[in-house]
Ligand binder design. Structure first.
Ligand SMILES: [Zn+2]
Length: 329
Protein backbone atom coordinates (compact mmCIF):
# COMPACT_ATOMS: atom_id res chain seq x y z
CA UNK A 1 0.00 0.00 0.00
CA UNK A 2 1.23 3.39 -0.91
CA UNK A 3 0.27 6.21 1.44
CA UNK A 4 0.19 9.70 0.00
CA UNK A 5 3.29 11.47 1.19
CA UNK A 6 1.61 14.73 2.23
CA UNK A 7 -0.29 13.01 5.06
CA UNK A 8 2.94 11.95 6.71
CA UNK A 9 5.02 14.95 5.76
CA UNK A 10 4.97 16.63 9.23
CA UNK A 11 5.88 13.36 10.91
CA UNK A 12 8.58 12.78 8.42
CA UNK A 13 10.14 16.15 9.11
CA UNK A 14 9.95 15.53 12.83
CA UNK A 15 11.52 12.11 12.34
CA UNK A 16 14.32 13.62 10.28
CA UNK A 17 14.95 16.27 12.91
CA UNK A 18 15.15 13.61 15.59
CA UNK A 19 17.42 11.56 13.41
CA UNK A 20 19.63 14.56 12.80
CA UNK A 21 19.81 15.40 16.52
CA UNK A 22 20.55 11.75 17.37
CA UNK A 23 23.30 11.51 14.82
CA UNK A 24 24.80 14.79 16.04
CA UNK A 25 24.77 13.43 19.58
CA UNK A 26 26.38 10.25 18.34
CA UNK A 27 29.06 12.23 16.51
CA UNK A 28 29.67 14.31 19.62
CA UNK A 29 30.05 11.15 21.68
CA UNK A 30 32.66 9.90 19.24
CA UNK A 31 34.54 13.21 19.39
CA UNK A 32 34.42 13.32 23.20
CA UNK A 33 35.62 9.74 23.34
CA UNK A 34 38.52 10.37 21.03
CA UNK A 35 39.52 13.47 23.05
CA UNK A 36 39.50 11.30 26.18
CA UNK A 37 41.49 8.66 24.33
CA UNK A 38 43.99 11.28 23.21
CA UNK A 39 44.47 12.63 26.72
CA UNK A 40 45.10 9.04 27.87
CA UNK A 41 47.49 8.15 25.11
CA UNK A 42 50.32 7.01 27.35
CA UNK A 43 50.50 3.21 27.43
CA UNK A 44 52.24 3.54 30.80
CA UNK A 45 49.28 5.06 32.60
CA UNK A 46 47.21 1.88 32.84
CA UNK A 47 50.00 0.00 34.65
CA UNK A 48 50.88 2.90 36.95
CA UNK A 49 47.24 3.61 37.89
CA UNK A 50 46.75 -0.09 38.55
CA UNK A 51 49.87 -0.88 40.57
CA UNK A 52 49.68 2.34 42.62
CA UNK A 53 45.99 1.79 43.48
CA UNK A 54 44.87 0.88 47.02
CA UNK A 55 44.13 -2.70 45.88
CA UNK A 56 47.89 -3.36 45.73
CA UNK A 57 48.44 -1.89 49.22
CA UNK A 58 51.66 -0.09 48.32
CA UNK A 59 53.32 -3.41 47.38
CA UNK A 60 55.39 -3.93 50.49
CA UNK A 61 57.41 -7.16 50.13
CA UNK A 62 55.61 -10.10 51.71
CA UNK A 63 52.10 -8.58 51.78
CA UNK A 64 49.02 -9.65 49.85
CA UNK A 65 49.30 -6.52 47.69
CA UNK A 66 52.86 -7.49 46.83
CA UNK A 67 51.76 -10.94 45.64
CA UNK A 68 48.90 -9.44 43.63
CA UNK A 69 51.31 -7.02 41.98
CA UNK A 70 53.66 -9.86 41.01
CA UNK A 71 50.72 -11.72 39.48
CA UNK A 72 49.55 -8.63 37.60
CA UNK A 73 53.00 -8.24 36.03
CA UNK A 74 53.24 -11.95 35.14
CA UNK A 75 49.84 -11.65 33.47
CA UNK A 76 50.99 -8.61 31.49
CA UNK A 77 54.04 -10.53 30.23
CA UNK A 78 51.84 -13.54 29.44
CA UNK A 79 49.61 -11.32 27.29
CA UNK A 80 52.52 -10.38 25.03
CA UNK A 81 52.96 -12.62 22.04
CA UNK A 82 56.25 -14.58 21.80
CA UNK A 83 57.16 -13.95 25.42
CA UNK A 84 57.46 -16.98 27.67
CA UNK A 85 57.22 -16.99 31.42
CA UNK A 86 60.09 -18.57 33.34
CA UNK A 87 59.92 -20.00 36.87
CA UNK A 88 56.49 -20.93 38.19
CA UNK A 89 54.15 -19.16 35.75
CA UNK A 90 56.63 -16.30 35.73
CA UNK A 91 57.28 -16.24 39.47
CA UNK A 92 60.57 -17.00 41.17
CA UNK A 93 60.07 -17.25 44.90
CA UNK A 94 62.38 -15.16 47.09
CA UNK A 95 62.63 -15.59 50.87
CA UNK A 96 64.68 -13.71 53.41
CA UNK A 97 64.81 -12.99 57.11
CA UNK A 98 63.76 -9.51 58.19
CA UNK A 99 64.37 -7.91 61.55
CA UNK A 100 61.25 -6.29 63.07
CA UNK A 101 61.38 -3.01 65.00
CA UNK A 102 60.64 -5.11 68.14
CA UNK A 103 63.92 -6.93 67.57
CA UNK A 104 62.22 -10.22 66.60
CA UNK A 105 62.86 -11.73 63.17
CA UNK A 106 60.42 -13.02 60.58
CA UNK A 107 60.72 -14.78 57.26
CA UNK A 108 59.40 -12.77 54.31
CA UNK A 109 58.23 -14.42 51.08
CA UNK A 110 58.12 -12.44 47.88
CA UNK A 111 58.83 -12.92 44.16
CA UNK A 112 60.78 -11.94 41.12
CA UNK A 113 58.70 -12.00 37.93
CA UNK A 114 60.80 -13.41 35.09
CA UNK A 115 59.99 -13.60 31.37
CA UNK A 116 62.01 -14.46 28.28
CA UNK A 117 61.98 -13.23 24.69
CA UNK A 118 64.17 -15.48 22.56
CA UNK A 119 66.14 -14.38 19.53
CA UNK A 120 66.01 -16.75 16.54
CA UNK A 121 68.81 -19.34 16.94
CA UNK A 122 70.38 -18.40 13.58
CA UNK A 123 70.85 -14.82 14.91
CA UNK A 124 72.13 -15.94 18.27
CA UNK A 125 73.78 -19.38 18.10
CA UNK A 126 75.59 -18.89 21.41
CA UNK A 127 72.40 -17.86 23.18
CA UNK A 128 73.78 -14.62 24.52
CA UNK A 129 71.39 -12.64 26.65
CA UNK A 130 70.70 -9.30 28.19
CA UNK A 131 68.65 -8.68 31.30
CA UNK A 132 66.27 -5.74 31.52
CA UNK A 133 64.73 -5.12 34.91
CA UNK A 134 62.89 -2.87 37.34
CA UNK A 135 61.68 -3.41 40.90
CA UNK A 136 57.95 -3.56 41.56
CA UNK A 137 57.81 -3.41 45.37
CA UNK A 138 57.40 -0.28 47.46
CA UNK A 139 56.83 0.82 51.06
CA UNK A 140 53.29 -0.48 51.63
CA UNK A 141 50.86 1.02 54.13
CA UNK A 142 52.71 2.69 56.97
CA UNK A 143 52.60 5.61 59.35
CA UNK A 144 52.92 9.10 58.03
CA UNK A 145 52.36 11.98 60.48
CA UNK A 146 50.73 9.61 62.95
CA UNK A 147 48.28 8.06 60.46
CA UNK A 148 48.49 4.77 58.58
CA UNK A 149 48.67 5.76 54.94
CA UNK A 150 49.03 4.15 51.57
CA UNK A 151 52.42 4.74 50.02
CA UNK A 152 51.45 4.22 46.38
CA UNK A 153 54.92 4.33 44.83
CA UNK A 154 53.69 5.53 41.44
CA UNK A 155 57.11 6.80 40.47
CA UNK A 156 59.01 4.36 42.73
CA UNK A 157 58.67 2.10 40.90
CA UNK A 158 55.37 1.52 39.12
CA UNK A 159 56.83 3.85 36.47
CA UNK A 160 59.82 1.56 35.88
CA UNK A 161 57.54 -1.49 35.68
CA UNK A 162 55.24 0.23 33.17
CA UNK A 163 58.34 1.07 31.14
CA UNK A 164 59.55 -2.53 31.36
CA UNK A 165 56.23 -4.09 30.27
CA UNK A 166 55.80 -1.75 27.32
CA UNK A 167 59.43 -2.25 26.30
CA UNK A 168 58.86 -6.01 26.30
CA UNK A 169 55.86 -5.49 24.02
CA UNK A 170 57.88 -3.26 21.69
CA UNK A 171 60.81 -5.68 21.42
CA UNK A 172 58.51 -8.66 20.90
CA UNK A 173 57.21 -6.99 17.73
CA UNK A 174 60.68 -7.31 16.16
CA UNK A 175 61.53 -10.66 17.70
CA UNK A 176 62.72 -12.11 14.37
CA UNK A 177 65.54 -9.53 14.24
CA UNK A 178 66.81 -9.98 17.79
CA UNK A 179 70.45 -10.98 18.20
CA UNK A 180 70.34 -11.61 21.93
CA UNK A 181 67.74 -13.32 24.07
CA UNK A 182 66.18 -10.88 26.47
CA UNK A 183 65.25 -11.71 30.05
CA UNK A 184 62.77 -9.29 31.61
CA UNK A 185 62.70 -9.25 35.40
CA UNK A 186 60.44 -7.36 37.81
CA UNK A 187 62.32 -7.56 41.12
CA UNK A 188 60.75 -7.97 44.52
CA UNK A 189 61.98 -6.43 47.79
CA UNK A 190 64.32 -3.80 46.34
CA UNK A 191 63.23 -1.44 49.11
CA UNK A 192 64.25 -4.04 51.70
CA UNK A 193 67.85 -4.03 50.48
CA UNK A 194 67.92 -5.26 46.86
CA UNK A 195 66.74 -8.70 48.05
CA UNK A 196 65.03 -9.86 44.83
CA UNK A 197 67.79 -8.86 42.42
CA UNK A 198 70.52 -10.27 44.68
CA UNK A 199 68.56 -13.53 44.84
CA UNK A 200 68.17 -13.71 41.08
CA UNK A 201 71.86 -12.87 40.49
CA UNK A 202 72.87 -15.78 42.73
CA UNK A 203 70.04 -18.13 41.58
CA UNK A 204 69.66 -17.28 37.88
CA UNK A 205 66.96 -19.13 35.93
CA UNK A 206 69.27 -19.13 32.88
CA UNK A 207 73.08 -19.12 33.22
CA UNK A 208 74.64 -15.74 34.02
CA UNK A 209 77.69 -16.59 31.85
CA UNK A 210 75.67 -15.80 28.72
CA UNK A 211 74.38 -12.48 30.08
CA UNK A 212 76.28 -9.66 28.35
CA UNK A 213 74.65 -6.69 30.06
CA UNK A 214 71.94 -5.64 32.49
CA UNK A 215 69.79 -2.51 32.18
CA UNK A 216 67.65 -1.30 35.09
CA UNK A 217 64.87 1.29 35.42
CA UNK A 218 64.16 2.76 38.82
CA UNK A 219 61.89 5.84 38.95
CA UNK A 220 61.30 7.17 35.46
CA UNK A 221 58.08 9.03 36.18
CA UNK A 222 59.00 12.42 37.61
CA UNK A 223 61.28 14.07 35.10
CA UNK A 224 62.05 17.67 36.07
CA UNK A 225 64.04 20.11 33.95
CA UNK A 226 64.68 17.29 31.47
CA UNK A 227 66.95 15.54 33.97
CA UNK A 228 67.96 11.91 33.54
CA UNK A 229 70.55 10.03 35.59
CA UNK A 230 72.50 7.07 34.22
CA UNK A 231 74.42 4.91 36.63
CA UNK A 232 77.11 2.30 36.01
CA UNK A 233 79.35 3.88 33.40
CA UNK A 234 82.45 2.34 34.94
CA UNK A 235 81.08 -1.22 34.71
CA UNK A 236 82.29 -1.86 31.13
CA UNK A 237 85.29 -0.56 29.18
CA UNK A 238 83.18 0.47 26.19
CA UNK A 239 80.34 2.05 28.17
CA UNK A 240 81.43 5.69 28.02
CA UNK A 241 81.88 5.57 24.23
CA UNK A 242 78.54 3.82 23.74
CA UNK A 243 76.67 6.34 25.87
CA UNK A 244 78.52 9.29 24.37
CA UNK A 245 77.31 8.24 20.92
CA UNK A 246 73.63 8.09 21.92
CA UNK A 247 71.44 10.73 20.25
CA UNK A 248 69.74 13.22 22.56
CA UNK A 249 66.84 14.56 20.48
CA UNK A 250 65.05 16.22 23.41
CA UNK A 251 68.17 17.86 24.86
CA UNK A 252 67.96 15.96 28.14
CA UNK A 253 70.25 17.04 30.97
CA UNK A 254 72.12 13.80 31.52
CA UNK A 255 73.95 13.16 34.77
CA UNK A 256 76.44 10.31 34.56
CA UNK A 257 77.34 8.28 37.58
CA UNK A 258 80.33 6.03 37.19
CA UNK A 259 80.04 3.55 40.04
CA UNK A 260 78.55 0.09 39.65
CA UNK A 261 77.32 -0.22 43.23
CA UNK A 262 74.64 2.47 43.44
CA UNK A 263 71.46 2.09 45.50
CA UNK A 264 69.34 0.05 43.08
CA UNK A 265 69.13 -3.39 41.47
CA UNK A 266 71.75 -3.03 38.74
CA UNK A 267 74.45 -3.32 41.44
CA UNK A 268 73.38 -6.93 42.19
CA UNK A 269 74.39 -7.85 38.63
CA UNK A 270 77.58 -5.83 38.61
CA UNK A 271 78.51 -7.74 41.77
CA UNK A 272 78.41 -11.05 39.84
CA UNK A 273 80.49 -9.86 36.89
CA UNK A 274 77.92 -8.36 34.51
CA UNK A 275 78.19 -4.82 33.06
CA UNK A 276 75.12 -3.06 34.42
CA UNK A 277 73.41 0.31 33.98
CA UNK A 278 70.49 2.04 35.63
CA UNK A 279 68.23 4.89 34.48
CA UNK A 280 66.32 7.25 36.75
CA UNK A 281 64.62 10.64 36.59
CA UNK A 282 65.90 11.49 40.08
CA UNK A 283 64.56 11.97 43.55
CA UNK A 284 61.72 14.47 44.28
CA UNK A 285 59.91 15.82 47.33
CA UNK A 286 57.39 12.93 47.37
CA UNK A 287 60.11 10.29 47.42
CA UNK A 288 59.00 7.41 49.69
CA UNK A 289 55.99 9.47 50.88
CA UNK A 290 52.21 9.14 50.34
CA UNK A 291 52.45 11.91 47.74
CA UNK A 292 54.18 9.64 45.20
CA UNK A 293 50.87 9.39 43.33
CA UNK A 294 49.86 8.55 39.75
CA UNK A 295 48.45 12.05 39.18
CA UNK A 296 51.94 13.49 39.51
CA UNK A 297 53.56 11.31 36.86
CA UNK A 298 55.13 13.22 34.00
CA UNK A 299 54.14 11.09 30.99
CA UNK A 300 55.79 13.42 28.53
CA UNK A 301 58.99 12.99 30.54
CA UNK A 302 58.60 9.21 30.32
CA UNK A 303 58.32 9.54 26.54
CA UNK A 304 61.50 11.62 26.46
CA UNK A 305 63.28 9.02 28.60
CA UNK A 306 62.01 6.36 26.17
CA UNK A 307 63.36 8.26 23.16
CA UNK A 308 66.75 8.49 24.84
CA UNK A 309 66.95 4.92 26.15
CA UNK A 310 65.60 3.10 23.08
CA UNK A 311 68.70 3.47 20.86
CA UNK A 312 70.77 1.86 23.62
CA UNK A 313 68.28 -1.00 24.03
CA UNK A 314 68.18 -1.43 20.25
CA UNK A 315 71.98 -1.70 20.12
CA UNK A 316 72.01 -4.28 22.88
CA UNK A 317 69.12 -6.28 21.44
CA UNK A 318 69.62 -6.11 17.68
CA UNK A 319 73.40 -5.77 17.22
CA UNK A 320 76.40 -7.80 18.20
CA UNK A 321 77.62 -6.11 21.33
CA UNK A 322 80.96 -6.07 23.02
CA UNK A 323 81.00 -5.00 26.60
CA UNK A 324 84.07 -5.82 28.65
CA UNK A 325 83.38 -6.05 32.35
CA UNK A 326 85.48 -3.73 34.49
CA UNK A 327 85.95 -4.70 38.13
CA UNK A 328 85.59 -2.00 40.77
CA UNK A 329 88.98 -0.61 41.77
ZN1 LIG B 1 63.01 2.37 43.73
Amino acid sequence: MRIPLFIFAPFKIEFMQKYLILSLLFLEAIIVQSVIAQSKLSPYQKHIDTLASAYYEGRRAGTKGDTLAARYIAQQFANIEKIELLGNYGLQEVSYIEKQSSGATKEVHTFNVVALLKAPVRNNPKQNRIIIGAHYDHEGIKRFRGKKMLHPGADDNASGIAFLIELARELSQNQMDLRQDIIFIAFGAEERGLKGSAYYASHPLLPNEQVKAMVNFDMLGRMQNKGLTIRGLSTAEEAIDIFRALPNPDGLEIVWEMRGNGPTDYSSFYAVGIPAFSFSTRVHKDYHLPGDMPAKINYEGMEMAHRYIMPLINQLAFKKIKLTYTPQN
